[in-house]
Design a protein around this ligand. Structure first.
Ligand SMILES: Cc1cc2nc3c(=O)[nH]c(=O)nc-3n(C[C@H](O)[C@H](O)[C@H](O)COP(=O)(O)OP(=O)(O)OC[C@H]3O[C@@H](n4cnc5c(N)ncnc54)[C@H](O)[C@@H]3O)c2cc1C
Ligand SMILES: NC(=O)c1ccc[n+]([C@@H]2O[C@H](COP(=O)([O-])OP(=O)(O)OC[C@H]3O[C@@H](n4cnc5c(N)ncnc54)[C@H](OP(=O)(O)O)[C@@H]3O)[C@@H](O)[C@H]2O)c1
Length: 491
């Protein structure tokens, strides 16, 4: 792969080469003689960032956008992350589908950028490249015992119940009584909810049949959701907490002692945090209302929040063959509010459990040695989506700003990247002259034995999934095996 010296322009010169004054240079129309040379742009990744960036780029009346995706299917975490019991969130797929069906947009699935084709090759073929490839790894806990059977990343667990091909064999053993989830973000609550929801409530969702089968056999009765900081620092949001509180057949376990003195401290916190903490406080300290009490009385399952506990070691079973518990370092807070840091007090607590799910965040990986990458922050260094030091290269979504934020945040961020790119195009800051676009990449991929799939191929797979789900009253039964998918496409 080409070394970094292929850069044709130091990004720091960008500010000095700002758009020239009108009239002093050939116009935009002259630079990009629009009839013969429409801007050829490619986007890497077909999650929300990829699709929203493409949507914005297509506002340019001639731009052509190719979206490269490593999976055979589009939509990233909307398909493989968003919980099956949140179907309304997946409605964004309709907008993405409209974008993909545009005559000036093409989906190129089954192409792993960085393996099947290098970023410099894409840069040579297109006027601009946008990296929107998300955050595919999980953050490791880096504690002893993390590798024991019975310990999973939430990323893999979510991938398993959502039909991500690489996680289809996960088969978590749910024969234990207690599960511990490390981390208190929305992913932790998704995972807790899927573990505790009565399976019959999931039957009409797009959860995979294999996952549903395992969940039907589950003996998990208690799920602890463990945070290293306190109730004022939880990362989940109020809607997701409310769902947990109202989950059929379960009851919450919150220790009122964790909430002492909190009422006074929440007066000055921002409103969303205040409302969230008030709900936590009420749940922990007040008797449930009639409706909640009636639902909780016969509950056979429970979930609880454990605060001020940082994971220290996964404890093995006596034969050393699987996880049997977790040792937690007791912490106290240094500082106040969102910025408070958890500091170990020196005390520890052992919590027995047969399943440990680590939900401490996702992580982006570097895609190609030619692309700058900040391993500490796990992002591509950029200024408003322009990759630092590499003109013509842009980024959007989680790989641009780190693995936090909902789809709406990703949309705003991706539109901004699209806007920057179009500004640069207009200012003549992208390479002039013709670019072959997909024609050049197609030849490369073909010589490497890679068979890209199109959006109409996806529509065939989509129709097959919908038809397989129909019998069971599900919106779809996801195809899990890439070989089977290729077979269905006649490859
Ligand atoms: C478990 C989970 C549940 C969530 N639930 C919600 C929710 O209910 N509501 C909400 O608003 N937000 C939710 N989010 C957040 C939302 O999913 C993200 O904001 C959004 O998906 C980020 O978009 P992205 O395009 O940057 O990344 P992704 O969605 O991850 O998309 C990246 C795409 O790039 C592809 N890719 C990766 N590497 C390559 C490569 N080398 N070559 C080609 N393609 C590649 C991937 O396959 C993927 O399709 C959830 C997140 C998670 C993790
Ligand atoms: N329904 C939805 O809208 C939905 C669903 C799922 C995900 N999402 C979004 O997707 C994004 C990612 O969610 P996420 O839950 O993966 O990440 P997150 O919101 O960043 O939460 C990560 C959690 O892990 C903890 N953590 C991090 N490192 C740790 C360590 N070393 N030891 C112990 N705990 C550690 C964090 O605690 P500290 O705060 O102490 O660091 C935090 O509680 C979020 O923006 C989320 O809102 C949304």
């Amino acid at each position: 792969m080409a070394p970094r010296c292929w850069r044709w322009w130091h990004w720091s010169t960008w500010r000095r080469t700002r758009p020239p004054l009108p009239g002093s240079t050939p116009s935009f129309r002259q630079r990009f003689s629009t009839q013969e040379q429409p801007p050829q742009i490619c986007v890497v990744g077909s999650g929300p960032a990829g699709f929203y960036t493409a949507q914005h780029l297509l506002k340019h009346p001639q731009a052509h956008v190719d979206i490269y995706e490593k999976q055979l299917v589009p939509f990233g975490l909307v398909r493989f992350g968003v919980a099956p019991d949140h179907p309304e969130v997946k409605n964004v797929i309709n907008t993405f589908t409209q974008t993909a069906r545009s005559a000036r947009c093409a989906f190129r699935g089954n192409v792993v950028v960085g393996r099947d084709v290098a970023v410099p090759e894409l840069r040579a073929a297109y006027h601009a490249v946008v990296l929107s490839y998300g955050a595919e790894d999980h953050r490791a806990l880096e504690i002893p015992g993390e590798e024991l059977p019975g310990v999973f990343s939430a990323r893999a667990f979510v991938g398993w119940y959502n039909g991500l091909p690489e996680n289809r064999e996960l088969a978590p053993d749910l024969s234990c009584d207690t599960a511990v989830i490390l981390g208190q973000g929305n992913v932790a609550l998704d995972v807790a909810r899927i573990l505790l929801t009565p399976p019959e409530h999931l039957e009409k969702t797009d959860i995979t049949e294999a996952a549903l089968g395992v969940l039907r056999q589950s003996r998990v009765k208690t799920v602890w959701i463990v945070g290293r900081r306190g109730p004022l620092q939880v990362a989940f949001t109020i809607k997701e907490l409310r769902e947990m509180i109202q989950l059929p057949g379960t009851r919450p376990i919150l220790d009122p002692a964790d909430f002492l003195g909190l009422q006074d401290r929440i007066k000055d916190v921002p409103r969303p945090r205040k409302r969230l903490t008030e709900l936590l406080l009420r749940t922990a300290t007040e008797k449930p209302g009639t409706e909640d009490a009636a639902r909780q009385a016969p509950a056979s399952r429970a979930w609880g929040l454990r605060f001020f506990r940082s994971p220290q070691q996964v404890l093995p079973s006596p034969d050393g063959r699987r996880a049997a518990g977790i040792r937690l370092a007791v912490t106290r807070l240094e500082g106040v509010g969102e910025a408070a840091r958890a500091v170990p007090t020196g005390d520890t607590e052992d919590l027995p459990c047969g399943l440990v799910l680590s939900s401490v965040g996702y992580k982006s990986r570097p895609i190609d040695p030619s692309v700058p990458f900040d391993p500490k922050l796990g992002v591509i260094p950029n200024m408003e989506g322009r990759v630092v030091d590499v003109p013509g290269l842009y980024c959007s979504g989680w790989v641009k700003r780190g693995p936090t934020g909902v789809i709406a945040t990703t949309m705003t961020d991706s539109f901004l990247t699209g806007q920057m790119l179009l500004q640069d195009l207009k200012a003549g800051l992208l390479p002039p002259g013709p670019r072959p676009g997909y024609a050049a990449i197609e030849a490369l991929l073909s010589s490497r034995g890679v068979q890209p799939v199109s959006f109409s191929d996806w529509e065939k797979l989509d129709a097959e999934e919908v038809s397989r789900g129909k019998g069971a009253g599900k919106p779809r039964e996801k195809l899990l095996d890439p070989q089977e998918m290729l077979g269905l496409l006649g490859r």
